[in-house]
Design a protein around this ligand. Structure first.
Ligand SMILES: Nc1nc2c(ncn2[C@@H]2O[C@H](COP(=O)(O)OP(=O)(O)OP(=O)(O)O)[C@@H](O)[C@H]2O)c(=O)[nH]1
Ligand SMILES: [Mg+2]
Ligand SMILES: [Zn+2]
Length: 294
């Protein structure tokens, strides 16, 4: 039975990439009965229709390693969080929310600082420094000059990667630079369409030549963290984790406790003030959420 991966789903049809090409498939009724709806990213077994080799049926779905809700894609390995160094200016509160959400989904994370061609004052060096201690992969790019694009492409190898970040930071432009065959809509056009009537955007896996996949997403301007418990938040700031066990008190919230190792690391600039302040801000927001409100 041919194996494949679901690239997209439209109106009850699933487009499955196999070694024989892309096959338009329906899902068997047994999935509906079991409440199992195929998702983009699913690895599947299909049967080919006897009368038409371009059509088929999904017979089996492999267990999902991961399952994102926004965007609805399974088996994602990593997220590239795109931040533009200027126009629009970086919003580090939002960036850290993206990072926390991606950590919470147990994704590998790459930080991509884009539009470095516009950054004459080299402000991106400060951004690099804020995140240098985080342990995330960091790359500086320009989809205009092509700087950093090879490096970025190498970071995608063999993985399913979701590109996320605020609107206008250059996600679609970067993907077009990584592979010009994608010809994704960028800039003004994409903005206009978003405000118009045709706001539906189908989630799609885009195949790179080497068998890697990428997913473009529409930019979002907010990120809800309220499903995260305040005690879990500390572990979603990656550079905190080595310090947490060294705090004097168990259950230390790292706000003003004596003998707090996170605060000590902040003092010694091992944790950046920007990251710490955002932790504190998110913590104070989560603190007031009751269990029943989740
Ligand atoms: N100077 C410069 N402009 C860029 C770069 N990357 C993207 N742009 C421009 O920034 C604008 C937004 O780019 P998009 O690729 O549409 O941004 P996006 O993140 O996909 O935006 P949404 O789809 O709305 O979330 C466009 O006008 C691009 O031409 C870059 O590296 N340098
Ligand atoms: Mg876009
Ligand atoms: Zn502490």
């Amino acid at each position: 039975m041919p194996k494949g991966i679901i690239l997209k789903g439209i109106g009850g049809f699933y487009y499955v990439k196999t070694s024989e090409g892309v096959i338009e498939c329906k899902a068997r009724g047994k999935f509906r009965k079991r409440d199992m709806i195929p998702m983009v990213g699913d690895r599947v077994d299909i049967s080919i229709a006897a009368h038409d080799a371009t059509k088929g049926s999904i017979e089996h779905i492999d267990p999902r390693r991961t399952q994102l809700i926004r965007p609805p894609v399974s088996n994602v390995d990593q997220a590239v969080i795109v931040v533009s160094v200027t126009s629009p200016n970086p919003n580090l509160v939002l960036v850290d929310k993206f990072l926390v959400a991606a950590e919470n989904q147990k994704l590998d994370i790459i930080l991509c600082f884009n539009k470095i061609d516009l950054d004459e004052s080299k402000a991106y060096v400060d951004l690099f420094n804020i995140y240098a201690g985080s342990g995330y992969g960091i790359v500086g790019t320009s989809s205009v000059t092509g700087a950093g694009i090879n490096e970025l492409r190498n970071m995608l190898e063999g993985k399913i990667t979701v590109f996320a970040g605020a609107s206008g930071v250059g996600k679609s432009s970067l993907l077009n630079a990584v592979d010009p065959r994608f010809s994704l809509q960028t800039g003004e056009i994409s903005q206009k369409i978003k405000r118009g009537r045709h706001t539906t955007r189908h989630v799609e896996l885009l195949a790179l030549k080497d068998g890697s996949y990428v997913v473009d997403t529409p930019g979002f301007s907010s990120m809800d963290l309220t499903n995260i418990r305040k005690e879990e938040l500390q572990y979603l700031f990656k550079e905190f984790t080595e310090h947490i066990p060294l705090c004097r008190f168990r259950g230390c919230a790292h706000t003003s406790e004596p003998g707090c190792s996170v605060l000590e690391a902040l003092d010694k600039n091992k944790i950046s003030a920007s990251r710490y302040n955002n932790y504190l801000q998110f913590y104070n927001q989560l603190k007031d959420i009751k269990e029943w409100q989740r």
